[in-house]
Design a binder for this molecule. Structure first.
Ligand code: ADP
Ligand code: MG
Length: 711
C-alpha cells in the first residue's frame, strides 16, 4: 500500500507555533496540554482537543425570565451604586442593575469602589453573566463571572466551550487557537457513508470541529451532540479499520499447520494432579483447532487471576512441539518470566520437552549458550521477557508464540515477535478481565477464548474494609495468624512526595512506604518479614520472593510489583494499605494473589478517611464480589475506559475522543463498517478508500498503511 500522506492534510500537521500569536512559551504550554513531548504540537492536536462541556451564555430575554439555576446572562442598565459603608471593609459593595422587567443586585466583596464605577458606570448598559439567587425575595448576583459592554458581546460568545486545561492556559485561549487553526485547514473528502451520516444527523468532519470549538447553540454540547459523536465515530472507525488491516497482515493468506500427535499432551495431562476444567478444555480445543488450521492463529485467552491459563498455554506449546516446531512464552516482567519458567519447566521436562529461560538479566555466557541451542533446535520452549524481541534471538523454527499479559504489550511488539518465525501462531493471555465492549475496541483483531470458570475447590476470599485507625488491631491479627502458620502479603502504595504540589510532580521523589512498613513489621516479627519493590536489584527481588515462597518468611511487604504473577499458593492473607488509592482492576489483581490454595483466605483493605464517593464505591464492590468480569464492568462504569487497561504504561492504542462508556453503540457500527470496507476495498483504492486514508492519518493509525503486504 502506498503510504504517502495526502497533501490536503499538510495544514493539519503543521506545527502550532506557525500560527500568528503563538510564541515558544505558549507553544510549550500547548505541547504540554496536548501531550507532545517529542515533536511540537500541531494544528491537528489542538483541533482534536475537544471541549468537554459548554457554558450557555446566551442572553436571557429579560431579568424576570432569567432562570434561577446555572449561569445566566442578562442585559441590564446600571441604576445605582451602594458602596460598602466607610470603615467596614469586609462589608460588600452593591450595584443595582435592571431592565424593564426587574432589578438584580450585584454584590462585590473587597473590590475598590473606583474600579466598580469604571466597570459599571451609572446609566450604562452591560452584558452581565453569573448566578442569580433569591435573597429575601430579591434577586442578587454575587461576583458576576463576566461583565461586558454591549458592543463587545457577540453571538459567538454566547456559548463558551470548556476544555481540559493545563496550568497557564484558559479555555478562552485554547478556543482562540483552535479557531485560528480552523481557518488554516483545507477541506477533506468525506470518508463516512452518506446514509450513516444522514441517519444520525452527523455533520462533515470540518463542520463537526467548527461546531464543537465555536458552538452556536447549546445543542453543540459534548459529548452527546451529533458533532462530537461524528468525531468519536471517526476515531473508532480509524481504529477498527487499522485492526482489520493489521489482522489481515498478521493472518496472512496462509499460516502453517501445527497438528499434534497428542503424545506429549497425554504425558503432560497424565502427570497433572488435577483434571482440566470445562473452560480449560473448551479453550484448549479452540486453540488446537486454530493451530491445526492453515490460517494463522490470533487468539486471546482471557481468564481471571487463578483461572489456570498457564497449563493451557503449556499444552498449546506441547502441540507445537509435537508438530516439530518451537514455542516461546513471553512475560511482561522478569519476576513473571522466572515464575513461569519455574512452574513450567519441571512439568515440561518430565514429559521430555527442553526448556530454557532468557531474560535481560542473563549473563553473556549464559545468553550465548541459550541462543546457540535455540538456533540448533536444542530448545523446544523458550520462556522470557522482552529480551525475546532482540534481533540476535533466532529460533530454528518458531511455530507458536504465547504472550502473557497482553495489555502491557503493544501491537508493534506483537509484530516483532511474529517476525521471529514464518507465520507464527499467536496466543495472547490476559489476566485482566476485559468487558466485552472493550475486547472489541482494543482486540477487535483477535479471536477470544474465555476461562470463565475457576478450578474447583477454591474457597471464597473473605474481604473486609478496615479503617487505618485500626492498624494496630490488624498488625496484632497478622501476628496471631503467622503464629498459626499463615503467610501474609502486605501491600503498600508508592507515594510521590510532591503529590500535592502541582507542577512539581514529575521531579517528585518516590517515597518508599514499603521500606518503613517493612522495618516496623520486622521489629514486631523479627526474622519473619521480607520486602520486594520495583527499585530493588533483580537478584534481591528474587531472593525475597523465594524466601516467602519457601515459607522461610511469613510476611512479604511489597509494592504492586506482586500484582502480576507472583504465585505462592499457601499465602492466605492479603493486607492492602491505603486501598482507596488503588484502582479496581489493580485491587482485584492484588487480591488474586491469595485464595489460590486450599486455605480459606482473607483480604483486608485498609483505608484512610475521608473516602470520596468513588473510592467508597470501589471498595464496596471489592467487598461484594470476586467476579473479575463484574469488577471490570463496574470499573468501566466508575471511571470510563480511560485507564482500565493501563493504557499509559502499555502503549495500547488508546482513544482520545471516543468514550466507550458513552459511545459503545458506535463501536459496533464502526467494526461492521470496517469489515465491510476492508472486504470490498482492502487496498483503499476506491474514492472512499482514498478518503479513508485521510482518516487513518488524522487518528494516527497510518502505520496500518505502511505494513508490508500480507503474504
Ligand atoms: P492464571 O495464570 O490463570 O492466573 P494459573 O495458571 O497460575 O492461573 O493457575 C492457578 C493455580 O491453579 C495453579 O496453582 C494451578 O496449578 C492450578 N490449576 C490450574 N488448573 C487447575 C485445575 N483444572 N484444577 C485444579 N487446579 C488447577
Ligand atoms: Mg498465568
Amino acid at each position: 500500500m502506498s503510504s504517502l500522506r495526502p497533501s490536503a492534510l499538510d495544514a493539519f500537521f503543521a506545527p502550532l507555533e506557525r500560527l500568528a500569536g503563538i510564541g515558544p512559551k505558549l507553544g510549550e504550554l500547548f505541547d504540554k496540554l496536548l501531550g507532545r513531548t517529542e515533536g511540537k504540537a500541531r494544528l491537528l492536536d489542538v483541533l482534536l482537543h475537544l471541549p468537554v462541556d459548554l457554558v450557555d451564555r446566551s442572553l436571557s430575554p429579560s431579568i424576570a425570565d432569567a432562570p434561577s439555576e446555572g449561569i445566566v446572562t442578562i442585559k441590564a442598565t446600571v441604576e445605582a451604586h451602594k458602596p460598602a459603608p466607610p470603615g467596614r471593609s469586609r462589608a460588600p459593595a452593591r450595584v443595582i442593575v435592571g431592565d424593564d422587567t426587574g432589578d438584580v443586585t450585584l454584590v462585590f466583596f473587597r473590590l475598590p469602589q473606583k474600579q466598580l464605577e469604571s466597570m459599571l458606570p451609572l446609566g450604562a448598559t452591560r452584558i452581565i453573566s453569573g448566578k442569580i439567587e433569591l435573597f429575601d425575595g430579591l434577586r442578587q448576583m454575587v461576583h458576576p463571572e463576566r461583565i461586558l459592554p454591549v458592543a463587545k458581546f457577540s453571538a459567538e460568545d454566547a456559548f463558551e466551550p470548556i476544555y481540559p486545561l493545563t496550568e497557564g492556559l484558559t479555555s478562552r485561549r485554547v478556543q482562540n487557537v483552535a479557531k485560528a487553526a480552523l481557518e488554516k485547514i483545507k477541506p477533506l473528502p468525506e470518508w463516512l457513508d452518506e446514509t450513516l451520516m444522514t441517519r444520525h444527523g452527523w455533520p462533515g468532519f470540518a463542520t463537526a470541529l467548527q461546531r464543537l470549538h465555536v458552538p452556536r447553540s447549546f445543542e453543540d454540547r459534548a459529548p452527546d451532540c451529533p458533532a462530537y459523536k461524528r468525531l468519536a465515530y471517526d476515531e473508532l472507525l480509524a481504529g477498527q479499520l487499522a485492526l482489520q488491516i493489521l489482522r489481515a497482515r498478521e493472518k496472512g493468506p496462509r499460516g502453517r499447520v501445527l497438528k499434534g500427535t497428542g503424545v506429549l499432551r497425554e504425558k503432560l495431562l497424565g502427570a497433572l494432579p488435577y483434571r482440566l476444567t470445562h473452560a480449560q478444555e473448551r479453550s484448549l480445543q479452540e486453540i488446537s483447532a486454530d493451530m491445526e488450521s492453515d490460517e494463522r492463529m490470533l487468539r486471546l485467552l482471557q481468564g481471571d487471576v487463578g483461572a489456570g491459563k498457564t497449563v493451557v498455554a503449556l499444552l498449546a506449546m506441547a502441540q507445537a512441539v509435537e508438530a516439530g516446531a518451537q514455542a516461546a512464552l513471553m512475560a511482561p516482567t522478569e519476576i513473571l518470566a522466572r515464575q513461569h519458567f519455574d512452574r513450567i519447566a519441571p512439568m515440561a521436562e518430565a514429559a521430555g520437552l527442553r526448556c530454557a529461560l532468557l531474560t535481560g538479566r542473563a549473563g553473556s555466557a549464559e545468553r550465548n549458550s541459550v541462543l546457540k541451542r535455540l538456533a540448533a533446535h536444542e530448545i523446544d520452549i523458550l520462556i522470557g521477557t522482552h529480551a525475546l524481541f532482540q534481533e540476535d534471538v533466532v529460533f530454528a523454527d518458531l511455530g507458536l508464540a504465547v504472550v502473557d499479559e497482553q495489555h502491557r504489550f503493544g501491537v508493534h511488539q506483537r509484530l516483532a515477535l511474529a517476525k521471529k518465525g514464518a507465520a507464527v501462531d499467536l496466543l495472547v493471555m490476559t489476566a485482566t478481565p476485559i468487558p466485552r465492549t472493550l475486547v472489541l475496541g482494543y482486540f477487535g483483531d483477535l479471536d477470544v477464548s474465555a476461562l470463565d470458570e475457576k478450578p474447583p475447590g477454591r474457597k471464597p476470599i473473605d474481604t473486609r474494609l478496615v479503617s487505618a485507625e485500626r492498624l494496630e488491631d490488624v498488625i496484632a491479627g497478622v501476628g496471631r495468624a503467622i503464629h498459626a502458620g499463615a503467610q501474609v502479603y502486605w501491600v503498600c502504595p508508592l507515594v510521590k512526595a510532591s503529590e500535592n504540589e502541582p507542577g512539581n510532580a514529575e521531579e517528585g521523589r518516590i517515597l518508599m512506604n514499603v521500606e518503613e512498613r517493612c522495618h516496623a513489621l520486622q521489629r514486631r516479627f523479627p526474622g519473619k518479614v521480607g520486602m520486594v519493590h520495583g527499585q530493588m536489584p533483580g537478584p534481591e527481588k528474587d531472593a525475597a520472593i523465594a524466601a516467602f515462597a519457601s515459607g522461610e518468611l511469613a510476611v512479604l511487604v511489597a509494592t504492586t510489583v506482586i500484582e502480576v504473577g507472583v504465585d505462592v499458593p499457601q499465602a492466605s492473607i492479603m493486607v492492602i494499605e491505603e486501598a482507596q488509592h488503588f484502582g479496581l482492576a489493580q485491587l482485584h489483581q492484588l487480591r488474586g494473589r491469595v485464595g489460590r490454595g486450599a486455605e480459606k483466605s482473607n483480604a483486608i483493605l485498609l483505608y484512610s478517611a475521608p473516602l470520596s464517593e468513588n473510592a467508597r464505591a470501589r471498595l464496596e464492590i471489592m467487598r461484594e464480589t470476586e467476579d473479575g468480569f463484574r469488577i471490570a464492568e463496574e470499573d468501566l462504569r466508575l471511571r470510563g475506559e480511560g485507564d482500565l487497561l493501563g493504557t499509559r504504561q502499555s502503549g495500547m492504542p488508546g482513544f482520545t475522543i471516543a468514550r466507550l462508556d458513552i459511545h459503545q453503540d458506535l463501536l459496533k457500527i464502526a467494526r461492521e463498517d470496517a469489515i465491510l470496507i476492508y472486504t470490498r476495498d482492502p487496498k483503499l483504492e476506491t474514492p472512499r478508500g482514498e478518503a479513508l486514508r485521510h482518516l487513518l492519518y488524522l487518528f494516527e493509525r497510518d502505520a496500518a498503511l505502511k505494513l508490508p503486504e500480507a503474504g
